[in-house]
Structures are given as structure tokens and as C-alpha cells.
Design a protein around this ligand. Sequence first.
Ligand code: SF4
Ligand code: SF4
Ligand code: SF4
Length: 339
Amino acid sequence: MAINRRDFLKYSAGAGLMLSAGASPARAASKSALPPEAVGILYDSTLCIGCKACMVNCKKANSEPGGALFHKETAGQIPFEYPEGKPIYDAPDSLSSKTLCIIKAHRKTDEPQAKELEYDFVKLHCLHCLEPACVAVCPVAALQKQKDTGIVTYNKNRCFGCRYCQVACPFNIPTYEWEKASPSVVKCQLCNHLYAQGRYSACCEFCPTGASIFGKVTDLQEEAKRRLALKPGDTYAYPVKRVDGTERTEKVVAEYVNHIYGLEEAGGTQYLFLAGVNFDKLGFNPRITNQVYPDFTWDYVSHVPALIGTLLVAGTVTRLVTQKMDKKKQEAGKGESET
Ligand code: SF4
Ligand code: SF4
Ligand code: SF4
């Protein structure tokens, strides 16, 4: 079997983890049921106009004090309101430590002479997998799947920076704060910090078209199935913001691809997608199967030479030592500047 760079890294990360944890590669395959209060998002690409209101409000919601991803430097600010001398326009083209949600545009045609520049959009962020590979490989349980809501959360105080989660995630979601002296992993946590205020995912709260809607996963699944049964050209009152809300917008039904992405992929996810074109045209990796990814990873791991794992464990230890030395240096520098 041919192994590409990403697969190689997957093998390596898993092997290192096994050696460090003393785990056995023979792990029973089992698919989790949906958590009882599972919440998620349904994104309908046929309704998305690419306005990026979701991206802007994701940044706003996740950089405020008390947020799940509180950044001291941007506390209370919207990223495009940086003080004078700082960047005033933010146009990211991929997920990063400052971008948890991204809208990607894909041209409808590959024909270079095409007069109309028409696009299909897709909104990417953590899919909150039912069996998250990131949770399975994290040696210190910094990533956890919440038992009731199923949200995959991250605790920066537990994380020691091995970044196995980045390697293991089949959707390439977690990013890392490379720019910081004491970096954290960054990813969407479904805006769980807003729930206590009676709010919900900011990307859905501000989506004007109903392309992104929040709700119970069972309701979202039903809504997605209902849409696939609609007749193209008919009109339908699409829910806006929340699947269980009263706000509706009447629209002509587009021709859907008969597939709900996320219902089965990677063992099922709490973020579901509908589209009018095949999902590989929207950048989804066709190699992602319906297999539960933690089991898949462990299956890979059983074929990897122990040496690779040893090297990874050594690398992680080196990183911890380096971090400790950096911290000591910083403290020493602080002491000098105070005297
Ligand atoms: S999409 Fe990636 S980061 Fe999100 S829960 Fe799944 S494995 Fe984890
Ligand atoms: S749920 Fe919240 S953190 Fe996740 S993409 Fe939407 S706005 Fe961003
Ligand atoms: S806010 Fe809604 S319509 Fe606008 S880009 Fe985001 S998902 Fe698409």
C-alpha cells in the first residue's frame, strides 16, 4: 500500500502515543451513539452566498473576554478594529490560530473561458465527530467529547503541545499558535461559552440566508432528509439561524446531491452538510471513509515499526524540556528588567 506524507505522520503519531501509553493495537471497533443532547450545525451550500458574516462573527464571539478562546491581545475587540498601526483588514484563506471558521469558494466550472465567475461555497470548522480521532490520540485528555452535548472541547491547561490531534484529525481542523511563546491548539468548540447567555453558535446567529443553522443533531438530520425529498424548483420555507426557531425564509429549492455529508463519514459527525455538487468538488477528501477514525488510526499503528514511535516520544520529551528552558529564560529576563 502506498503511504503519503500525511499517512506517514498518522502512523508515526499513533505509534509514539502507543509506546508512551503502553497501549495495545488490538482495539475493539465500536461506533458511539449520538449523545442525548447532541447539538450541531447543518450547512446548506445551496443557500450560501459567501458573505462571510459567519467568519466575522466567529472571530468576534471567540476573541471576547470569557470566551472559549480568550486571547489577551484582542480582548474585547473585533479583529478588524485593531488599534492604529495594526492590520485593519483580515482576509484569511485557511483555518489558523486566529480563524476557527472559514468559507472556501470553488469555481463552478474549470473552463478558463467561462464568462460567468460562479462559485459554490463551503464553510469549514470542526465537525465534532461522534468518535473524534483528536480525542482518541490526546495523551492527556486535553480534548474531550462532552457526554451530553457531544461538543469536542479543548482545555489549554492540560495540553502539553504534542499536536497528535493535528495529525490524527481526518479533516485537518486543529491549528496551533506557532506565533506564541506558550502556544495552544485552536479549533471551533461550537461556541459553547455562549450557551449560558442563551446564545448559540455565532456563525449561525448571524447567517442571513439560513445556510448555517444550529440545533439538536436529530432535528438537523430530519431537516436535511426533508430537504433531500423536496422537488427542485418548488419553494420551501427554510429555517434561519436555528432549526427549531420561528424565523423562516422562502426560497426556490435547488437540485441537491442526494447525500448528507457527515451522517456516516468518519463514523458520523455533528456538523452536517448539503450541497448541489459532489462533495469532492467542495474540497472534501474522497479518501475519508465511513470508518470510525480512532479505530482506523489504531489499525494503522499496528503496522508501524516501533522505531518511529520511539523517535516521536523522544521529540515530545525534547519539546517539553525546551519549553521549560524557554520559560526559565523568560523568567530570568523578567527578573533582570525589573531590577
Ligand atoms: S473534525 Fe477533527 S478536530 Fe474536530 S472532532 Fe473531528 S477529529 Fe477532532
Ligand atoms: S460554532 Fe462558533 S467557534 Fe465554531 S465556527 Fe461557528 S462561530 Fe466559530
Ligand atoms: S453567513 Fe451564511 S450565507 Fe454568509 S457566508 Fe456564512 S454560511 Fe454563507
